[in-house]
Design a protein around this ligand. Structure first.
Ligand code: ADP
Ligand code: ADP
Ligand code: ADP
Length: 213
């Protein structure tokens, strides 16, 4: 399957991704994770992306389309993929359609993590992540076995620099202005599925399974 996850910051995309990946054996491409890795490694791409990311604004379409184009060539992504955090603008969605058209494929389903803005601040400010795997925890909703430590590797968890209430405001603004039109774009193609992303993680997983079955 070729899937897209769309939702505001903190809606649970990163939490559901590994479960979907496991159940459907797909490659998982999260543009946010890839960009953060590029920033940490201070690659030319990372240097270009950092300023927008720190402010909670979107990185330019050309940069992210380039990353996705490159990543989708991986052999593991040929049979199917989960795009997490991409496309975030209508231009990105159109570019993706062009890329897939060239390969004679198309997007099967778009999962919309629908949720009210008011829930997101608590989710975002309590989020702790394991940078190298992208695994996320939450101080209240999904605490690690040992505080500050990844369950799987024992490595330290960190908080993302942009996971503050102030930067969340800009990220939500960008979401409503630039990404909500993408939801309509896929709605008009008839491949959109809306999830109740405010529910507990297990219930969201059940909804995901129903949509994909
Ligand atoms: P979230 O947890 O808000 O869903 P992500 O980890 O997906 O955040 O993205 C973090 C930041 O990376 C965004 O605020 C934005 O600056 C940048 N970014 C990620 N994906 C994209 C994209 N598809 N287009 C533009 N910018 C992106
Ligand atoms: P996104 O990738 O959409 O930005 P995450 O999956 O990282 O969101 O979730 C944001 C935070 O909220 C994380 O700390 C995560 O543990 C927590 N979380 C995810 N899904 C739920 C849920 N259904 N209920 C409560 N907390 C959740
Ligand atoms: P330090 O660098 O001083 O060890 P951390 O940045 O690891 O501190 O964590 C700050 C505080 O938050 C500590 O009290 C730590 O135990 C707690 N903490 C860190 N991560 C989590 C988490 N995912 N869930 C619950 N508490 C956490």
């Amino acid at each position: 399957k070729r899937l897209i996850l769309i939702g505001p910051p903190g809606s649970g995309k990163g939490t559901q991704s590994p479960i979907i990946k496991e159940d459907y054996c797909l490659c998982h491409l999260a543009t946010g994770d890839m960009l953060r890795a590029a920033v940490a490694a201070k690659t030319p791409l990372g240097i270009k992306a950092k300023e927008a990311m720190d402010k909670g604004e979107l990185v330019s379409d050309d940069l992210v389309v380039g990353i996705i184009d490159e990543a989708m060539k991986k052999p593991s992504c040929q049979k199917g993929f989960i795009l997490d955090g991409f496309p975030r603008t209508v231009v990105q969605a159109q570019k993706l359609d062009e890329m897939l058209q060239k390969q004679g494929t198309k997007v099967d389903k778009v999962l919309n993590f629908a949720i009210d803005d008011s829930i997101l601040e608590e989710r975002i400010t309590g989020r702790w992540i394991h940078p190298s795997s992208g695994r996320s925890y939450h101080t209240k909703f999904a605490p690690p076995k040992v505080p500050g430590v990844d369950d799987v590797t024992g490595e330290p968890l960190i908080q993302r620099k942009d996971d503050t209430a102030a930067v969340l405001k800009s990220r939500l603004e960008a979401f409503h202005k630039q990404t909500e039109p993408v939801i309509d774009y896929y709605g008009s193609k008839g491949i959109l599925a809306n999830l109740h992303a405010e529910k507990p993680p297990k219930e969201v997983t059940t909804e995901v399974h129903k949509v994909l079955s």
